[in-house]
Write a protein that binds this ligand. Structure first.
Ligand SMILES: [Fe+2]
Ligand SMILES: [Fe+2]
Length: 175
């Protein structure tokens, strides 16, 4: 059974994953409205993943004898200066999520809650993957710069990644 401390920390993580879901939904909408159709599809898929992250935690809290609470979510940002700014914000946000997961893991160790510790290992690996993925995309956007042909190709590649998410961006970028 989870302690009240860990139950609270897990519910806080539910709220952060819910915020990620709505933030990515807002970003996908901006992308769709600004001509980045491929990137929009890709970010809609990422939003769905965040929803899954939230639900997985939600079910765990109740399975572990706690009480999962549906969170209040702050209004996400809807305005971005550029594709580059948007993806840099995502990378930064994922870094914050990783820190939050690591603090939660640390709390589990302090309280010797090895069940929750074990459950959270999936999130530790998932964050590594997500940070890597978004770092690669930010690097590609920087490489392309203001080149409109390059941006067009990158957008198409992101759209393809939305359909086959396991395909790495690097191989997609080959002409
Ligand atoms: Fe997440
Ligand atoms: Fe994420």
């Amino acid at each position: 059974m989870v302690s009240s401390n860990i139950e609270k920390a897990l519910n806080d993580q539910v709220a952060l994953e819910a915020f990620s879901y709505f933030q990515y939904l807002a970003m996908a909408s901006w992308l769709d409205n600004n001509g980045f159709e491929g990137a929009s599809k890709f970010i809609y898929n990422q939003a769905e993943e965040e929803k899954m992250h939230m639900q997985k935690l939600f079910f765990y809290i109740n399975d572990a004898g706690g009480f999962a609470k549906a969170p209040a979510v702050p209004q996400p940002n809807h305005e971005y200066a550029s594709l580059e700014e948007l993806f840099k914000l995502i990378l930064n946000h994922e870094g914050k999520v990783s820190t939050s997961i690591h603090e939660l893991v640390n709390l589990c160790l302090q309280e010797k809650d090895f069940t929750s510790f074990n459950f959270l290992q999936w999130y530790v690996s998932e964050q590594l993957e997500e940070e890597n993925l978004f770092r690669t995309i930010v690097d590609k956007i920087k490489m392309v710069g203001a080149n409109t042909d390059g941006l067009y190709m990158l957008d198409k590649d992101l759209g393809r990644m939305a359909i086959t998410p396991n395909q790495p961006l690097n191989s997609d970028m080959q002409p």
